[in-house]
Design a protein around this ligand. Structure first.
Ligand SMILES: [Fe+2]
Length: 268
């Protein structure tokens, strides 16, 4: 969805300048802006965002597979460096941004949700979440399917036609997320726009007898998700803490086509 008026925000120089510093890449291509609303009692569990690779993204493959690919470290040369900014526009009780700047084994840091403040980081790599949004009044039980609607200056939580909660703006946790691709130069951005350098053009010369067999659905033809899940089930093993080298052999090189074929040549 494109909403008129977002352009100045999308091209906000403060975000662009900070994004250049995140990955040390000067050419920034803003991609998307999200608006996020959380009501009291809601939180966002610690996670990393869904990354993107040249030739592989959430539109083509399962989101969890993209996350596994990044954390495996096997596909770094294909990863799209993305900077994400999170900004807040009201003061909120609770709902602090929690993140782990020294990695998942390090201590957490928090930034309170305060109007006209923000943070920019690589959310595909840095674990982060949102603390529970606090409330002075009892929090109603929420369930999937309820809707949040703006009505005469209040946010209303609807369960069908029934209104189960009413909130003022200052009780709502409102943030925006801004994401941008980061390139080393204009030529690299041009190659990305023209889908050059994507590894999907060449067929993967599989050797007979190598790699696990394809998973098959009951109708005899496997979906991408079935294949990916079968491969991860077969290949991912418990990795001893601190033994990062094991992770480089944990994922099958026969997963989606030539993206992984290149990785096989590079890492195995
Ligand atoms: Fe996130």
């Amino acid at each position: 969805m494109r909403i008129d008026g977002i352009e100045p925000f999308l091209r906000y120089e403060g975000f662009l300048e900070a994004a250049r510093a995140i990955h040390g890449r000067p050419v920034i291509e803003p991609a998307i802006v999200y608006a996020n609303l959380l009501v009291p009692g809601q939180e966002l569990a610690v996670h990393t965002d869904v990354p993107e690779f040249r030739g592989a993204n959430r539109k083509l493959y399962p989101q969890w597979l993209m996350v596994v690919m990044h954390h495996s470290g096997l596909f770094d040369e294909y990863r799209m460096p993305i900077a994400t900014a999170v900004g807040w526009f009201n003061d909120c009780h609770g709902g602090a941004f929690a993140f782990y700047p020294q990695g998942g084994d390090g201590p957490a840091a928090t930034i309170p949700a305060r109007a006209n403040t923000g943070i920019i980081l690589d959310t595909d790599s840095v674990f982060h979440g949102v603390d529970p949004v606090e409330s002075d009044s009892p929090v109603p039980a929420l369930r999937p399917g309820m809707q949040l609607r703006w009505d005469h200056g209040r946010w209303l939580v609807h369960d069908g036609d029934a209104v189960v909660a009413r909130y003022r703006w200052d009780e709502i946790h409102f943030s925006i997320s801004w994401k941008a691709y980061c390139f080393t130069d204009a030529e690299e951005r041009r190659a990305w726009r023209e889908h050059r350098e994507e590894p999907g053009a060449r067929a993967h010369p599989r050797s007979p007898g190598r790699g696990p067999p394809r998973a098959r659905s009951p109708r005899g033809r496997a979906s991408r998700s079935d294949v990916a899940r079968a491969h991860v089930d077969r290949r991912v093993r418990e990795v001893p803490a601190g033994d990062r080298s094991v992770r480089r052999t944990a994922v099958s090189p026969t997963l989606p086509g030539s993206v992984l074929a290149r990785s096989k040549r590079a890492h195995l």
